[in-house]
Design a protein around this ligand. Structure first.
Ligand code: SF4
Length: 764
């Protein structure tokens, strides 16, 4: 357990102090373990004890309660390490890393080892606060919601709903993220966003437009099968420490060369076989320079490209300009080194490409991510175990919050903002589309992207004639979002001071609370951490895990979904918004929220991950293979851990999840996939569909477009639909209903029954 120090002296262990209060100081953690029968790992546990914790075990009178072990997930990065929380009498007294988790295999990094301290931190915001004449003063929740709500309603009246900005968080659970996006829709704005805008939005755009989905294609565990590792713009040794476990396993077990490209010699670079120091921002030139050697020597995978890639000839023409001299002039990397890198990647297939913020946070971030994808396509490393693009996300739920649409340019599941997308979600929410239109300033603004988080400042400071909404942003809600990682802090301070209203919702008073010199019109609302609630969270590899609640919200803090409900109630749309979600007191039922997004997220297959299935996986972690993530035996036999999306169809259909995207060596029903038919069937007379490539068991032995009801009919497969599915499809748009809008899941089920991917089979 890490201990906090003040003025050079330790405070003593909070755990020890908590226990002293509980037991008169005569119980230690070793005693806990003995009483709960948990003696395995005792030595490791002892090393984790703080000095103030270790006392001589004494004969003990009646204990004040058994230790309960509660399983949660670390909140500090996207690896998704399991935290085993030890709780006694409702107090979180200790923690262990999860030994059964296939992700962390009993390991934690320093960040994960400190989550209990983080949740119990002494600087937690204890109750709602309001700035009055420059002094933070305590207010009740009721007064805070009323005062903030009244101010927002008057801003809405004067300037329209877009003058309130709802900044959400990669710290939300999936359920909270979904609810936050839904809430913004009911308030009537697309001015909502979260941290992913700044970190991996360039990945999502670049990668989704390359082959279908904008996410990590394989997994941390799958790296065990890599024969080469090309890591660019990432420093997992510090940012995702437990992931190094998997990388180093491949390095040692497969003798896989590790190539690290970074302007800085990082702690990760210290493990590299080949360290490539490139000039910052020259990633595309670097990759084109590597491809120059690949094409020059005929090292590309010609058959893979012929069957599954469109446009490589155009790339080849561009790459021809990047000879070793030109590449060195731009990147600073000698041609001889890049030839060695190219040969290493060519000789050690499958190899994986890993990237992180160093590649994405550039003005040309989309170009960088596309270039990385092209490298893997040229080598034929996509859709294969050990290959893929392993894109390490940052926050614990930045993948989930993105998937659930806490974004200014999309609805949950990347449905976009077109009228058809709104109609889809209106059907899921069982509200009239016209009702939602009525909540916005007008129907046109509803289909336009809102302001990204990187530019909310401009929404406040820019002349309103220059912004694409009726008036400036006048109220800002920063929910679980400290803006210190953003640029333009000077302007942000000015913007914060110009606002009519600033609301910060967070477990801690973050930099948002102190950056400005406001004297009034600012509120701090205490949010609970993810350890004070439960629900699902999506790791970087697209697996969903279920956290259980470790302890009740501290002090007066509230869970995010309760805060959302309180505002919805204040604004008068709670009944409409929560018509399919039970509310206990003021807290919406988490399982009902999961169930609702399960009924709408057909695009990326967030439909099969019911709370019951996710809980089953968490309870049986030990049955999952640590490399393939597949359960061998046990109640989840055949499933992949956390049902990595897409888990197609309904939960009842039992799709096992998709461990590696676009892998045609397995049937779609068992986790296989093709590249998505994202851009139709032809371009300039050229075929965009796959040629002679299809997933194992496919009845269509070639490329095919995305599935619609009309396509099922023309194939004669519509007879496989049940009467219920058919009626549901008919109610949406008849034969125009497609795999994304069919609320019954019938189109997906039947396509998969015939071995096909619902989203088609095209070239990247
Ligand atoms: Fe937490 Fe990430 Fe460290 Fe695992 S690697 S313990 S998820 S911060």
């Amino acid at each position: 357990m890490l201990r906090k120090k003040a003025n050079g002296s330790t405070n003593g262990s909070r755990m020890a102090r908590a226990l002293t209060g509980l037991t008169g100081g005569a119980i230690d953690r070793r005693t806990f373990l003995r009483r709960s029968g948990l003696t395995v790992g005792g030595l490791a546990g002892a090393t984790a004890l703080g000095g103030g914790m270790v006392r001589k075990a004494q004969a003990q009178g009646a204990a004040t309660g058994a230790t309960e072990m509660i399983r949660s997930v670390c909140t500090h990065c996207s690896v998704g390490c399991t935290v085993e929380a030890e709780v006694q009498n409702g107090v979180w007294t200790g923690q262990e890393p999860g030994w059964d988790s296939p992700f962390n295999l009993g390991a934690h990094c320093a960040k994960g080892a400190s989550v209990r301290e983080h949740a119990h931190g002494e600087r937690r915001l204890k109750y709602p606060m309001k700035l009055v004449n420059g002094e933070w003063t305590r207010v009740s929740w009721q007064d805070a919601i009323n005062e903030i709500g009244d101010k927002m309603l008057s801003i809405r009246e004067e300037s329209g709903p877009d003058s309130v900005y709802w900044l959400g968080s990669a710290k939300h659970s999936n359920e909270q993220a979904y609810l936050y996006r839904k809430f913004a829709a009911f308030w009537g704005t697309n001015n909502i966003d979260h941290q992913a805008r700044i970190c991996h939005s360039t990945t999502v755009a670049g990668v989704a437009n390359t082959w279908g989905y904008g996410a990590m294609t394989n997994s941390y565990n799958d790296i065990h099968k890599s024969r080469a590792i090309f890591l660019i713009g990432g420093n997992p040794a510090e940012a995702h420490p437990v992931s190094m476990l998997h990388i180093l396993k491949a390095k040692e077990q497969n003798n896989a060369p590790l190539i690290v490209c970074d302007p800085r010699f990082t702690r990760t670079a210290a493990h590299a076989d080949e360290y490539v120091r490139l000039r910052s921002g020259t990633d595309v030139a670097l990759v084109w320079g590597i491809l120059w050697h690949i094409f020059e020597n005929g090292w590309e995978d010609q058959e893979f490209i012929r069957q599954r890639v469109w446009g490589m000839d155009e790339i080849r023409a561009e790459v021809a300009k990047w000879n070793p001299e030109e590449t060195e002039r731009v990147t600073g990397v000698p041609g001889s080194q890049l030839r060695r890198v190219a040969r290493t990647m060519a000789n050690n297939r499958p190899g994986t490409v890993i990237w992180c913020m160093g590649g994405t946070q550039h003005t040309n971030g989309n170009n960088n991510t596309r270039a990385y994808c092209v490298l893997q396509l040229a080598l034929g490393n996509m859709g294969v175990a050990g290959g893929g693009t392993n894109i390490f996300r940052g926050h614990d739920n930045v993948q989930g919050a993105t998937d659930l649409g806490v974004l200014m340019d999309t609805l949950p599941g990347y449905y976009g903002l077109a009228e058809g997308s709104w109609k889809h979600w209106a059907r899921v929410w069982q509200v009239d589309h016209d009702y939602l239109v009525g909540r916005f300033h007008d129907a046109e603004i509803m289909t336009k992207a809102g302001i990204p988080v990187s530019r909310w400042i401009d929404g406040v400071l820019e002349d309103k004639d220059n912004i694409d909404q009726p008036d400036n942003v006048r109220a800002m809600v920063l929910n679980g979002h400290a803006p210190n990682s953003q640029t333009r802090l000077t302007e942000m301070k000015t913007a914060m001071e110009k606002l009519d209203l600033l609301v910060v919702v967070d477990p801690y008073p973050t930099v948002s609370a102190v950056l400005h010199d406001r004297k009034d019109g600012a509120y701090l609302l205490p949010a609970a951490t993810q350890f004070e609630t439960y629900g699902s969270v999506t790791a970087s590899n697209r697996s969903l895990q279920w956290r259980e609640k470790v302890f009740d919200p501290l002090f007066e803090s509230k869970v995010d979904h309760e805060i959302i409900y309180l505002f919805a109630k204040k604004f008068g749309f709670a009944d409409e918004m929560f018509k399919n979600i039970a509310v206990n007191g003021d807290e919406p039922l988490v399982e009902d929220i999961t169930g609702e997004f399960n009924r709408g997220m057909w695009t990326i297959g967030y439909t099969g991950q019911s709370p019951e299935r996710l809980r089953l996986h968490m309870a049986n972690q030990h049955t999952f293979d640590r490399t393939t993530l597949r359960a061998n035996g046990g109640p989840a036999d055949g499933d992949y851990y956390g049902l990595p999306w897409p888990s197609w169809g309904t939960a009842e259909m039992g799709h096992p999840g998709t461990p590696n995207l676009y892998d045609t060596s397995m049937p779609v029903a068992e986790g296989g996939l093709t590249f998505r038919a994202r851009f139709g069937v032809e371009r300039n007379g050229e075929n965009l569909l796959a040629e002679g490539s299809y997933s194992v068991g496919s009845e269509i032995k070639d490329g095919y477009p995305e599935f619609t009801m009309a396509m099922l009919q023309s194939l004669g497969w519509d007879g496989d639909l049940t009467a219920e599915e058919r009626a549901s499809i008919e109610a949406v748009a008849g034969e125009k209903t497609n795999w994304k809008t069919d609320l019954s899941g019938g189109i997906q089920r039947v396509a998969i029954k015939h071995g096909c991917a619902p989203f088609g089979n095209a070239k990247a």
